[in-house]
Design a protein around this ligand. Structure first.
Ligand SMILES: [Zn+2]
Length: 317
């Protein structure tokens, strides 16, 4: 009697164990199926399997939305992408160009790559130039890829001989800012004088042709703009000197050091700095200043960028 009872208890016990095992297996497989589905749709999981590290995925997620992240899966995983994205002047539409440039020039710092591509400085100067965008007003960009028409003449006013050597013209706004800068320099005990302001297309052509005749086109292109490509045609650029100095030693003058610290407060920037020749395409010109207005000049001064870089990132992105 007691044995039979024990048998039935044992049977029940077996059943319970079997049910428990089946339930456990069932639960476990449901859970793993759910995880699998979850992982299949999880962008992080996909990026990781595409070859990105956890740290890189964090950077990518911080800068890209889901659609952009998904698009990344269409191209090979590239360690340079997270590095580029974190750069201040990164422009999304230029990503492929950045990557191509880095592939061909792997030792170039990513910040340089971004500057080159944004400003087109990686291309041969004067290739496929565009018409300068006149709608930008005083912020218009004229450089080796953005040109003015032969007949473009801004509205100009005469610069008084009090402030300049010879006959000179500027736009009204640039002229007023220049007078304030002149007075600011004077108050600080230094003197600046304008030597060359507005130049017409024809005038620039004469200067350029003369340089080509003297030094050949390659050397002329480093220091003199081709006609149509000169900022002087905008009426917003001034070549400055301190009396007693010339173009070769102006960088040693007190007026020049004063300008470096103060020109932006009046809306002017040093347009062709010594350490940015690879971006501007021009040899260092300590004397050439460009009017862009106080707000933009201050930003350019504080961020230590060229006008070409400013324009690409802030005005033409
Ligand atoms: Zn100049």
């Amino acid at each position: 009697m007691s044995l039979r009872l024990k048998d039935s208890v044992r049977k029940k016990l077996y059943m319970i164990i079997v049910i428990a095992i089946l339930a456990f297996i069932g639960l476990f497989s449901i859970k793993s199926i759910v995880t699998m589905i979850k992982q299949k749709t999880n962008i992080e999981y996909k990026l990781e399997h595409h070859g990105y590290s956890t740290k890189e995925i964090k950077i990518l997620k911080r800068n890209y939305n889901k659609k952009e992240l998904t698009k990344l899966l269409d191209k090979e995983a590239d360690k340079n992408i997270p590095l580029l994205i974190e750069e201040k002047y990164y422009i999304a539409k230029n990503l492929d160009k950045y990557l191509d440039y880095l592939k061909a020039n792997p030792n170039t710092p990513v910040s340089k790559v971004i500057s080159y591509i944004n400003t087109r400085a990686n291309e041969k100067w004067y290739t496929d130039p565009k018409e300068a965008d006149l709608s930008k007003g005083k912020l218009l960009l004229v450089n080796k890829f953005n040109k003015l028409n032969e007949d473009y003449t801004p509205e100009l006013v005469n610069v008084s001989n009090w402030y300049a050597y010879g006959e000179n013209k500027l736009t009204q706004e640039a002229y007023e800012a220049f007078i304030q800068m002149f007075n600011g320099a004077k108050d600080s005990g230094t003197k600046i004088v304008a030597t060359s302001c507005y130049r017409s297309y024809e005038n620039q052509k004469r200067i350029y042709d003369k340089d080509v005749y003297k030094y050949g086109e390659e050397i002329a292109d480093e220091s003199v703009a081709k006609p149509g490509f000169s900022e002087h045609q905008t009426g917003l650029a001034i070549d400055l000197l301190e009396p007693g100095y010339n173009l070769n030693n102006f960088h040693e003058s007190t007026a020049y050091s004063w300008l470096l610290d103060n020109a932006h407060k009046y809306g002017f920037i040093l347009r062709y700095p010594s350490d940015k020749e690879d971006i501007t395409g021009y040899s260092y010109e300590s004397w050439h200043f460009r009017y862009v207005g106080v707000e933009v000049a201050t930003k350019i001064h504080n961020e230590n960028i060229t006008y070409d870089e400013y324009y690409a990132y802030y005005l033409n992105k």
